[in-house]
Design a protein around this ligand. Sequence first.
Ligand code: ADP
Length: 621
Amino acid sequence: MAKQEFQTEVSQLLQLIIHSLYSHPEIFLRELISNSSDALDKLRHLTLTDETFKSLPFDPRISLELDEENKTLTLSDTGIGMNEEDLIANLGTIARSGTKNFLAQLTADAKKDSNLIGQFGVGFYSAFMVADRVEVVSRKAGEEQAFRWISDGKSGFDIEPASRDVAGTTILLHFNEEGAQYANSWRLQEIVKKYSNHIAFPIFLTYDKSEWNEEEKKSDKIRTTEQVNAASALWRRSKNELKDEDYKELYKSITGDYADPLFWFHTRAEGSLDYTTLFYIPSKAPLDLYQSDYKVGVKLYVKRVFILDDAKELLPQYLRFVRGIIDSEDLPLNVSRELLQQNRVLTSIRNASVKKILSELKNIATNKPEEYLKFITEFNRPLKEGVHGDYANRETLLDLVRVKSTKVDGLTSFADVKSRMKEDQKSLYYITGGAEALLRTSPLLEIYKKKGIEVIILDDDIDEIVFSGVDKYGDLDLKAVSKASTSDDLKDETEPDQAEALKPLLDKLKATLGDRVKDVRASVRLADSPSCIVSDEEEPSLQMQQMLRAMGQTEMPASKPTLEINPDHEIVKKLLARIDDVTTEDAAWLLLDQALLMEGVPLLDPASFVQRLNRILNLSI
Ligand code: ADP
């Protein structure tokens, strides 16, 4: 038997792994099964592509044999196997430059180092976390001679000729104290199901099963072999192999949802990055959709091995209703949570996934509008969050959200509103800040109605925040009707000499209302109402201010509204004719208060409002 030293780097790595690296030693099984799965993948590939291997039998399986008494576990596969050279190169040295780099960066600070190691697969060596002696017997496909590699993970390894019936690799673990807990069939089944359920090959466990012997009234130990995993990495099969039923079944098994999903999007990307994604849209919004501790619905796999299912960085928050799987070929198996946040591979997958999900939704919106409506009923609001937060995809998201409008019953899209624009119309308009009924009757809409311009009605409580940050739809300006500046589409209404004539009244109103208003001016947007209030372009609207205050932002300086009055209105004309009349002051306040009421803003002083109203009523009766 030839005794060989580990390459220095291997000894270093082993030290690191054995001492303090992993908080979950159970992952040794995931790593070894994943190696076997890779070895099976490689052999399958050879039998498919290489003439000399075509005749080889390919009977893929991974077997676990548990000896509870002696505390050993044997893991074997019928994969590609290793010859003597391979064993020395793969299990005695570290060939990958990435791992060498990693070792060079080590600081001997255990905490920093364990963060670092998240970037590198340590694979096979993790066996030494749970075993004080590891034996590998392997026979390379296409070769006759097998070899045994033995090591205690400390001093080096021994290698000697051995025999094995068929090609493949067998790994015998002699559990150490830490590993003894895994000499337990329940535990092994649990770990396999947790991490390796969707490994594409069957994993069998052979163990002593207790069965009740009724005659002798005792339980017998019966040597049993059972398949432990589902062996169904469905998402790795091609789309045309899969039926709708398959997709639905997988959806239910990963989500626990009883209902069928609305849609699913299955993508295989090959090229600079290799990955598969399978995303589902549930038919109903998850119950925790609007809770900050919502459960993440997308699981991360690496090479069909389950990695984690609670990483909020897999998709942007607004897509938290999406369920499914991301399976990457490029990430290391033990990618750490910290690392996910700035991992380039994952960032690329995430960006591509968002684009994919949104473009598929857009397809459905175009081609199956009725199906899309079901989706919108549940998920319009998260999409709006996306409009707010996902600047890169804002255009697409604006096309996906649905809104109400003055021209249609039910919901419509920005694109449809655009298509209904009047020939000479320059911008798109919306109104926010209150319930639908209040918005529909707002005096701010009068001129638009008169001119036949459609106005988008945004009555969701997040609309104000979302759309105050959106000033374009495509190349069109998107404008709030409550903002003070006169829009291009209304300009022709202003008649300078009329404004001039109104000036004495405007001055009187300003003097009366004092610092309750920022300004008083003639309006171009009113038809039937005598007055309305508007806010400055850059200021939050009154409703937004109310909302911010309700959310605890008490520091915010109260900005004042601008009062606009309608020069063509009977009341305004009469007031102009008797500016110095005693009733004009009451009328000034009533013009302001009614405008505030119409915007759903509560009055500061309802008692004075009622007194004034009654004085005026008294005069008119
Ligand atoms: P990694 O799997 O990340 O490459 P490992 O340390 O787990 O790192 O394994 C090193 C190498 O040993 C693998 O790349 C593979 O070539 C070989 N190997 C490990 N396990 C097996 C196996 N069961 N069958 C064949 N080759 C294996």
